[in-house]
Design a protein around this ligand. Sequence first.
Ligand SMILES: Cc1cc2nc3c(=O)[nH]c(=O)nc-3n(C[C@H](O)[C@H](O)[C@H](O)COP(=O)(O)OP(=O)(O)OC[C@H]3O[C@@H](n4cnc5c(N)ncnc54)[C@H](O)[C@@H]3O)c2cc1C
Length: 496
Amino acid sequence: MQVVWFKRDLRLADHRPLWEASRRGPCLCLYIYEPQLLHSPEFDASHLLFINQSLQELASQLRRVGGQLAIRHGTVPEVLDELHHQHGIEALWSHEETGNSITYARDLQVAAWAKRLGIEWNEFPQSGVIRKLRSRDGWAKRREYFLKQPLAPTPTSITCPRYVDSGRLQSAEELGLTPTNKEHLQAGGVAEANQVLSSFLEYRGQDYSSSMSSPVTAFEGCSRLSPYIAWGCLSVKQIVQELGQRRSELRDAKAAGEHIGNWQKSLRSFESRLSWHCHFMQKLEDEPEIEFQNMSRAYDGLREDEFDPGRFEAWCEGRTGYPLVDACMRALLRGSWINFRMRAMLVSFASYHLWLHWRPTAVFLARHFLDFEPGIHFSQFQMQSGTTGINTVRIYSPIKQVHDQDPEGKFIRAYVPELAAVPNEYIAEPHKMPLSLQGKVGCVLGKDYPRPIVEHATAYRQARERIYAVRRESSARNQAIEIMRKHGSRKRPTRS
Ligand SMILES: Cc1cc2nc3c(=O)[nH]c(=O)nc-3n(C[C@H](O)[C@H](O)[C@H](O)COP(=O)(O)OP(=O)(O)OC[C@H]3O[C@@H](n4cnc5c(N)ncnc54)[C@H](O)[C@@H]3O)c2cc1C
């Protein structure tokens, strides 16, 4: 039998391994709960819930075309070995994965297992990320070419191998995880993914460019596709092609004299985010070490030995005394999503103001992002922490961000109820309220809400001095040239 191994590609459409395998004879679709991934500190029961919702739909879609989803729990080589002994595997089919060190090591074991038994393992790319890329020159064109190719056809009939036990979905408890208590999670599955995509392309996306930065508007105005892309309910190719169709409809509408508002600008901006998706993942594909190591080794030792557990804990719990930082963290703890600018601010605050090394903070947020995608996550973390050495140093002011993104404190008040009655003029810096006012609005600093954990101006200045001191060193400058050559975008930066 052919085995199609599903990982972060929980769909039937545009699934080339499935299409190819299904044409070769009896074919078993397989999902494996991998203990090493489930119990890694980056994994959370909210991820499992999303995966299970997606698997449930996948199983029923497969049944409709005669196929079967088998679910197993164990290490991949062991599960494959058992299936092989029971049923005989002719070939293994899957998508390439740009994962973390655990999936990388597991892939090496699977490759060794397949080689030992003479079983062919056929892997296919699933986004614009290119394996064994020799140079970034010409990368964008190769990505574009891949995404323009037709989608892999969806099989209309699959022949199942006989007598294979389907296994079943397993709950968090059964897998040894604490169930999630998050209330505002996006639901998994292809139907939901398609609904989110079409609502974005048909009406929600019109003001994407102007609504993406503020947490007040971003929940509705951003595409919210990230978990569906990360777990593969939709392929990037599908999204890019649907986007292309929508853009041509809008061009026709405009040519016919219709008013199309901000659609064109917004969809251009969305398209560039989708290319960033592959651009950032390509960095981890090309240099897996950046999951753990500073991209520029010139920054080694900058923060590692100064890790303050108390500061880390306050940041993780949304108790820093900076209202927007705390609101974003508490929103994440409830719903596992926050928009890009607020992610950048959270990380900037941790890495600069609190001077925390990015690795523990990255692991914490990985667990709390439903869309955790190692390639984007670690690359973005390093960029926002200044350790790539090639990106502009951006230290966000958690006070200015309130004035810019939530001046009336709507988002802050929704997630930090202690500040509900604080007047707008103090919402960015409640510790500046006179004591009498603190009492009157029921928010006494140090009692009802924390005083700022660090003083902004001092922390900002010190962080700037320290990061620029390294950046000026000749070794850092030389490394930056090398890093730019290896990972730098060859495109001129856009302003959106
Ligand atoms: C520190 C940090 C960590 C991040 N970790 C992740 C992560 O683990 N997984 C993840 O999908 N995104 C991550 N991002 C990128 C970005 O914040 C999210 O992709 C985005 O907020 C998801 O919401 P959306 O789907 O509505 O995005 P949209 O704005 O609607 O964008 C559409 C898609 O484009 C891609 N994209 C958007 N922004 C970026 C970006 N800056 N870099 C790379 N790809 C992008 C995503 O696939 C996203 O789903 C991170 C950003 C930062 C600053």
